[in-house]
Write a protein that binds this ligand. Structure first.
Ligand code: ACO
Length: 456
């Protein structure tokens, strides 16, 4: 017998306390005004100075979740990190997080790291669900941590960076339940974005190819999800079947285009007479092979217009954090879930079906869905929403850094990526209470951290 209602019991989000404004960055980079803010749909971009790295991001978010929800470390039986920010290569970030468990005598914790670009968090979620639903499950929670420092070399991809970490407690009787048997994946070999230079934090990225890969993965996952749904529920699926649709967000404009893409996929499934009756103006697009339309401006424009109202209702609320922090890589799609939750009241949320599309270059992608149940009456959901109550305030409380300073900070990181011994020079002033920061890297590349005191 499977445990009932396996899903997300608790959520914690962390992002750095500083950001660069995208309008200022447009000016600094000498691109035309509006390119980053309108063309990419981004307002602000969070970033880390040399005090933060993947270990500190994960330590911060994990410690915050355990504290906020008062979860004793011995109640975690599986812990897995999804990340593409690699420091010690053979040594997992999960092993670093064991520092939060060892002092309590807790070492019986399964799981290591999952890596495939922005998809690692979802791979970790799937593994956590599998553990809870397996014969190895011992009644404890699984904890998934997704975190990345998303930085690009100078050039067109740089404004699509970001940084952040997210922790999710997975267990039964959850307020946010993973729909069983409704998962579709699309996995292929592609060199759209990868990190072959192990001395650098920056990826090699073929921007246009990465967009094409993302859109083709979306088409394929959606088709497969619909097939599985229709088979299981004997019910036709379209965007109407979802109350909200979340996407991995490299930049918000691509998400709006992706929503329009799903409207196009729904349209392609219509019978010709339905098209003639309901949307005769779009008839010329009916029957087009999807793979020939990734960069078709007419299709894009027509379906962005047609789906604007639904996009505004079902997806725009989930882009709140992505617009203000940027692409966090693995946490990106889950920050969409946080944005959605903080945009609505409990009564609006209960009963919602939320579609999730997760994409990681290289390429790995899945579509699945979550039903908002409430958990223990509505207590579980109330607790979750209360815990996220500080997110807006933290976003507003961040420090705005000029593009000159942002660029200098990235240069410092670039120069010292693997320098040892190393003493970080960045200020820890203004970091959020409870944040971990790097104190030193010794000659054997061993890293030491301290924590900003928590407020009383
Ligand atoms: N006002 C309004 N819009 C503008 C302006 C302006 N002044 N200038 C340009 N734009 C528009 C463009 O028309 C374009 O819109 P479109 O996408 O509808 O065509 C958009 O802004 C971006 O401009 P481009 O010239 O296409 O930008 P560029 O090629 O320089 O870079 C890219 C964009 C490829 C996305 C780059 O930022 C990149 O490589 N990013 C990283 C890769 C990425 O995020 N891939 C997505 C999936 S994989 C992942 O998550 C990492």
């Amino acid at each position: 017998m499977w445990p009932k209602d396996v899903g997300i019991v608790a959520l914690e989000l962390y992002f750095p306390s500083q950001y660069v404004d995208q309008t200022a960055l447009e000016k600094f980079d000498g691109v035309s005004p509006g390119k980053y803010t309108v063309g990419l749909g981004q307002s602000k971009m969070g970033f880390c100075n040399d005090r933060e790295d993947i270990n500190s991001l994960c330590l911060t978010v994990t410690h915050r979740l355990l504290d906020r929800y008062k979860i004793p470390p011995n109640e975690i039986g599986h812990l897995e990190v999804g990340t593409e920010t690699i420091l010690d290569k053979s040594k997992s970030v999960k092993s670093v997080l064991m520092q939060l468990f060892e002092p309590f005598g807790v070492t019986d914790v399964e799981g290591v790291d999952s890596t495939n670009a922005c998809y690692g968090g979802t791979a970790a979620v799937f593994n956590a669900i599998s553990w809870v639903e397996s014969s190895a499950w011992d009644g404890r929670y699984a904890l998934v941590v997704a975190a990345d420092n998303a930085v690009y070399a100078k050039g067109s991809a740089r404004p699509t960076g970001g940084a952040g970490a997210l922790a999710m407690l997975i267990g039964p009787n959850a307020p946010l339940v993973f729909d069983r048997g409704l998962r579709a994946s699309y996995m292929r070999h592609a060199y759209d974005f990868y990190k072959p230079d192990l001395r650098s934090e920056y990826p090699v990225v073929d921007g246009k190819l990465s967009i094409q890969c993302y859109l083709s993965a979306l088409d394929n996952c959606y088709q497969k999800y619909c097939e599985k749904f229709e088979k299981k529920m004997s019910e036709k699926v379209s965007l109407r079947s979802f109350d909200a649709m979340l996407f991995h967000s490299p930049y918000c404009k691509l998400v709006q285009k992706s929503f329009a893409r799903l409207a196009f996929m729904d349209f392609l499934k219509l019978k010709r007479d339905e098209v003639l009756e309901k949307s005769p103006d779009l008839e010329k697009f009916h029957g087009l092979p999807p793979e020939k339309t990734y960069f078709d401006r007419d299709v894009e424009k027509a379906f962005m217009e047609r789906s604007l109202k639904d996009f505004t209702e079902k997806t725009k609320p989930s882009l709140f954090i992505a617009n203000l922090v940027g692409n966090m890589y693995t946490p990106s799609v889950y920050s969409g879930l946080v944005s959605l939750l903080i945009s609505k009241g409990i009564q609006e949320l209960v009963g919602m079906r939320v579609g999730v599309f997760s994409y990681g270059s290289g390429l790995a992608s899945s579509m699945y869905s979550i039903t908002v149940r409430g958990g223990d009456g509505e207590e579980g959901l109330k607790r979750l929403l209360n815990a996220l109550g500080g997110v807006r305030g933290e976003l507003e409380g961040r420090r705005c850094v000029e593009p000159e300073e942002y660029t200098r900070v990235l240069d410092v990181r670039e120069r010292n990526c693997h320098t040892v011994p190393y003493q970080p020079e960045g200020s820890v002033e203004g970091m959020f209470p409870g944040s971990y920061y790097l104190v030193e890297v010794d000659e054997m590349h061993r890293r030491k951290y301290q924590r900003v005191p928590c407020e009383e």
